[in-house]
Ligand binder design. Structure first.
Ligand code: AMP
Length: 222
């Protein structure tokens, strides 16, 4: 099972990039935030526990997140390869992931860091809207829908995530950036970290990611 990690601050566009990359590589896109939001919607005990943290912009406790990720990675489709989006978010999560992969003789192939400046993150997050049907993303300034409040693709209603409200956005960045830097240090030390500039257009960033993990084969000299 090939595992690639997509790391980035909230608002760096890692979800969009992970989905595109998964399609290009024929891999499965697994987003910890989506799995947690599914649990919240189902109102399971785990979902109720997670919601208390998510509403404040705080990280959900490591053991809760590690449990849902391990379960997801054990499903058969993960054998196609996985782009993990939003996990690990702390050093402990990274160590647990490494340990559980090592038990199966596997390891993280590459870690892709989508870098975006903090002021740009604030601007992006505060204007973000998602559609109810499929989570298609829009933005007040950079990518407004054709009709206000309606998804261009499937016509469903657009909404703002509770944790995309301006006050929570700041809290999310303050609480989530320091542990994210720990995760980057952890994988930099393993020599598997690739950094791409996340402030370009969606396709340019994606092309940079593909180049980072699959360097062109040098033609052999004859
Ligand atoms: P995201 O959709 O990735 O921005 O995640 C939404 C929220 O879910 C985050 O603000 C956290 O509260 C929680 N969350 C997602 N992934 C993790 C993780 N790996 N560890 C802890 N909390 C997480």
């Amino acid at each position: 099972m090939n595992i690639y990690l997509m790391v980035g601050a909230p608002g760096a566009g890692k979800g969009t990039q992970a989905a595109l990359l998964a399609e290009r590589l024929g891999a499965v896109h697994v987003a910890s935030g989506d799995l947690l939001r599914d649990a919240v919607r189902l109102d399971s005990p785990l979902g109720r526990e997670a919601k208390r943290f998510m509403d404040r912009g705080a990280l959900v406790p490591d053991d809760v997140v590690i449990g849902i990720i391990e379960e997801r990675l054990s499903r058969p489709d993960a054998q196609r390869g996985v782009i993990l989006d939003g996990f690990p978010r702390t050093r402990l999560q990274a160590e647990e992931l490494d340990r559980s992969l090592a038990q199966r003789g596997e390891r993280v192939i590459a870690v892709m860091y989508v870098g975006v400046r903090e002021e740009e993150l604030l601007r992006r997050l505060s204007g973000r809207w998602l559609c109810r049907a499929a989570g298609h993303p829009y933005h007040d300034v950079s990518h407004p829908p054709r009709v206000a409040g309606v998804c261009d693709i499937d016509g469903s209603e657009l909404y703002q995530r509770d944790d995309d409200q301006p006050a929570t956005v700041r809290a999310r960045l303050e609480q989530q950036l320091p542990p994210m830097y720990d995760v980057l240090d952890h994988y930099r030390a393993q020599g598997v970290l690739f950094t791409v500039d996340g402030e370009g257009g969606i396709e340019a960033v994606n092309d940079a990611l593909v180049r980072a993990i699959a360097p062109p084969v040098q033609p052999s000299r004859r």
